[in-house]
Design a protein around this ligand. Structure first.
Ligand SMILES: [Zn+2]
Length: 263
């Protein structure tokens, strides 16, 4: 599943492609959504906003499209009138005079009054977006100290969207390596410096990934400033200490770590 940095890249591309122009066509695969078509034709997409692993598409007519891609959903952009050939099933199509954006395969799609969208159950459940502008190390530190989070194992906490939205499996591994922490540690038992290092890594690692990486499938160490130090590198030498990177299962997901740096 794509993580915060990849979701934000998708929203950037959609903002550039379809925001700010009147919608000339709107189509939904689901009848109950298709009924909103008249309210959306001629309206504009004001902006597309990533919230954890969901996207909010805000329309000028007072509606907001909530979409969560889960594993298979994918946005594709094309020229007006084109439906890019795909084995996936189209679910949403938004078209302007300049471009078409098609959402394939996602099943988690809803239209809400924009004024009420914050009461969506998913948005109620998730913590702050890890890449949001207001999120700094102080905020993360305060969150790590909250009793509900402070008692948790880091291996599980860093995947919990209620802690911070947008973290996923590769970010978990790279944050823990960067902060030199074992997934078995718990915030409540960490010395102040270790907790500060963790908060700093939680802020910095996703931002570096967003700023410098392309698709997460391209694990090419030499051509991007964002380098995986441990993720999918089991058997390689740790870039910091030379120890062989290991892979274990943690919270039912593969976790990669350096047994010496992260003892
Ligand atoms: Zn190491």
């Amino acid at each position: 599943m794509p993580e915060g940095p990849e979701i934000r890249r998708v929203s950037d591309a959609l903002n550039q492609t379809i925001a700010g122009r009147p919608l000339t066509d709107v189509w939904f695969a689901f009848d109950h959504l298709q009924a909103y078509r008249p309210r959306l034709l001629g309206a504009e997409v004001l902006r597309i906003e990533p919230r954890g692993k969901a996207l909010l598409t805000h329309f000028s007519s007072g509606l907001t499209l909530y979409s969560h891609n889960q594993l298979y959903g994918r946005w594709v952009t094309a020229r007006p009138g084109e439906l890019p050939p795909s084995a996936r099933t189209p679910r949403v199509r938004l078209e302007t005079a300049a471009a078409t954006a098609v959402l394939y395969s996602a099943s988690d799609i809803e239209l809400w009054p924009s004024a009420d969208i914050e009461s969506h159950p998913f948005l109620q459940r998730i913590g702050p977006d890890v890449l949001s502008d207001g999120l700094d190390a102080q905020t993360v530190l305060a969150r790590l100290r909250q009793p509900d989070f402070a008692r948790r194992r880091l291996g599980a906490l860093l995947l919990d969207q209620a802690f911070l939205a947008g973290l996923g499996n590769y970010l978990r591994a790279e944050i823990l390596w960067s902060a030199r922490l074992s997934p078995e540690r718990r915030p409540a038992h960490l010395p102040t410096e270790a907790l500060a290092a963790l908060a700093g890594a939680i802020v910095d690692v996703p931002r570096l990934s967003y700023a410098t990486r392309g698709a997460i499938e391209k694990v090419q160490h030499h051509d991007a400033a964002f380098e995986f130090h441990v993720f999918k590198r089991e058997g390689d030498a740790c870039t910091r200490c030379g120890t062989t990177i290991r892979r274990i299962a943690d919270a039912s997901r593969p976790l990669y770590f350096c047994p010496v740096c992260q003892a």
